[in-house]
Design a protein around this ligand. Structure first.
Ligand code: TYC
Length: 110
């Protein structure tokens, strides 16, 4: 009555079984740091406002970042995907220009 193994391939038992393995391939997203650069003219209060409003930092954290840039010449405001980082840079540069401040914002691949 009962025969051998059913290979489930619709073929004759003992025939051609196909073994499929799945390999998980993970690719890390490309991330970019958004940096503010120091200059001698942009008011500290303006920089704090920029960091608070475009990078979702509270006043304390925004002040810490502004002072870091003021003392070290450059500082990180956040890390984002390419599209988000590019948007932040454009928003900050447009806002600074509108208020006639020379503040510079750049992105850098991590
Ligand atoms: N150095 C500026 C000043 O003394 C303040 C400043 C801080 C400017 C950070 C730009 O990204 C900056 N008024």
């Amino acid at each position: 009555m009962a025969g051998g193994a059913d290979f489930g391939d619709g073929g004759p038992d003992g025939g051609t079984a196909v073994v499929t393995r799945t390999k998980t391939i993970t690719k890390r997203p490309n991330l970019y740091r958004v940096l503010l650069l120091n200059d001698d003219y942009t008011p500290m209060e303006f920089v704090i406002h920029v960091v608070e409003s475009f990078f979702q930092k509270n006043r304390e954290e925004a002040t810490r970042i502004m002072l870091h840039v003021h003392h070290h010449g450059v500082g990180e405001c956040g890390i984002y995907s390419y599209e988000v980082a590019e948007t932040k840079v454009t928003q900050v540069m447009d806002f600074a220009r509108k208020h006639q401040h020379p503040l510079q914002c750049v992105m850098e691949k991590k």
